[in-house]
Ligand binder design. Sequence first.
Ligand code: KG4
Ligand code: ZN
Length: 352
Amino acid sequence: MRILGLETTCDETAAAVVELKPGGGGLIRSNEVRSQIDEHAAFGGVVPEIAARAHVDMMDHLVRRALDEARCKLADMDGIAAAAGPGLIGGVMVGLTTGKALALASGKPFVAVNHLEAHALTPRLTDGVAFPYLLLLVSGGHTQLIAVLGVGNYRRLGTTIDDAIGEAFDKVAKMLGLPYPGGPQVEKAAEQGDPQRFDLPRPMLRRPGADFSLSGLKTAVRLEVQRRGRLIGSDIADLCASFQAAIVDVIADRTRAALRLFRQQFGAPSCLVVAGGVAANSAIRQSLQSFSTETGLKLVLPPPSLCTDNGAMIAWAGLERLQLGFGDGMDFAPRPRWPLDLSAERVHNGKA
Ligand code: KG4
Ligand code: ZN
């Protein structure tokens, strides 16, 4: 089975061809990603209208490149998958409409993929991991701890009640005058800083449940910046290091809480999987590695290129769904909000 996957929910336009390996897992035949970071950098964040226009400009080109790179034609596909949400509506419409048009023109089955499900199933593409497992999804738009029980079967154990972790990194970077996207900049500055100089809060630590809250931490950094007036010497590096240390503690505590909930409700997970752009942070990776050693739970960290938004994960989720006979019709509408766990309908801050 070979699938073309399209991704346009945020600021990456992506197309990829993935096929099923005989022993399970996936073979990525091509994975073309075009990031729009440069278009949005001047605005300090993703501008939906600019994103949608850039997707329109790039989509056809990327589909052609993905097929060429895979040495395939549309006729060689067994299905077309497109991310149908959650995300910015203008961008989602571009990928979804392109996917439907390609499916109609080629007579191939069409699958509408939940972008979060694609992140959640990525370790099965890369490492062939078995259900059930615990997923920590940490990106600019999402912060969730999810029990992945099967294709289409997810339970959200924790989410953020305000900002996403990547968003908090980006906002702190902005306060400190560092460029967008802020996560990698904060990490770099933190390498030279003293993580103990500023005593920042660790919101939600040891609270029941496995939810996150980042706004108090972000505000504490803002107050520190205001108190100082002008940042001099190692102030920026020390603030970055102290902020990152607080995030690392919060992630470890909330992941531990989620593992406890997982074991109570579903038994032993096969592994802990980390996905999303923030998973590129080496302090966070190191801390999760220690967590894995301490708990004996295997840690799976897909390569950064498959942790951030890409087309291969959409193609793979489409492949898993088609294998189970879950195709979709041409009337499938874009979904700006689309929680993975429909029983956890609590939607925070406009983010699913
Ligand atoms: O998954 P992603 O590429 O896009 C979505 O948000 O869907 O994640 C981007 C986010 C941004 O907020 C960025 O600042 C953050 O991931 N990020 C990092 C690092 N690299 C990217 N945060 C902390 N440390 C990093 N090294
Ligand atoms: Zn994503």
